[in-house]
Design a protein around this ligand. Structure first.
Ligand code: C5J
Length: 234
């Protein structure tokens, strides 16, 4: 795979850790990871694993604010859904047979079959529903590049950077940021727009991302991003 081309573009400076992030207007895609009913609402996949899903609510409004900021500027937006084919041919036993959940991927639950494409629970929550024209990537893995066309989509959109939101911080968000960095993208995680069932894992993941000079990427508060974005009309 080719790395994204880095052409000069006037950037805006986001106060971030471990140092300022030079956000390139229009070249930074907002990537919203797995804000699905199956993770966020009671009765879904996340709950079947014994998690307290209420922890994820805090990320909804900040993610909505980012979506709004990207939409008014007509900048690229990618939503992902962790999801599987109805025959589970893309769900290895190494994923499905893990642990002792009350229900497994593909089993019927209150919102349909868990993490299966086309089922109500697999939908992105109503507050963050994709608009027509926004890319939706169905991903069978934790990282959004694994077994998907995400790289090609980003190249087609001339994206060089990812501004990342979504759940859960230490699983699919971090996996995607690591995959993205390996493929040449600079990634900025927006702190309030991500959440974990384990708040201490969220904090630890942010520290891992920014440690060692930003070994995975950058992290910044929502306000630091929103306040430097150029006017929508410019
Ligand atoms: C998990 C995800 N936690 N979206 N998926 O299994 O982070």
């Amino acid at each position: 795979m080719n790395a994204p081309s880095k052409q000069p573009h006037s950037s805006v400076r986001v106060q971030a850790r471990p140092f300022a992030f030079g956000l390139e207007p229009g070249r930074a895609a907002l990537v919203v990871i797995d804000m699905q009913r199956d993770f966020i609402e009671p009765g879904g996949f996340g709950a079947s694993l014994g998690n307290d899903v209420s922890h994820l609510q805090a990320a909804v409004e900040p993610t909505r604010a980012l979506l709004q900021a990207w939409r008014v500027r007509n900048w690229p937006i990618v939503h992902t859904r962790e999801s599987h084919a109805p025959d589970l041919s893309d769900c290895p036993a190494a994923k499905r047979d893990r642990g002792h959940p009350s229900l497994r991927i593909g089993d019927p639950g209150p919102m349909g079959r868990l993490l299966v494409r086309g089922e109500p629970g697999c939908d992105i929550i109503a507050e963050l529903a994709p608009l027509p024209g926004e890319t939706v990537i169905d991903k069978p893995g934790k990282g959004a590049f694994h077994a998907t066309a995400l790289m090609q989509v980003l190249q087609r959109l001339s994206v060089t950077q990812l501004v990342v939101a979504g759940v859960t911080t230490e699983v699919c968000v971090q996996s995607t940021m690591r995959e993205a960095n390996d493929r040449g993208f600079d990634c900025l995680l927006v702190e309030e727009a991500t959440a974990s069932y384990f708040p201490e894992f969220k904090s630890a993941t942010i520290e891992m991302i920014v440690a060692q000079g930003g070994i995975v990427g950058w992290a910044a508060p929502l306000k630091a991003v929103l306040q430097v974005l150029p006017d929508a009309a410019s």
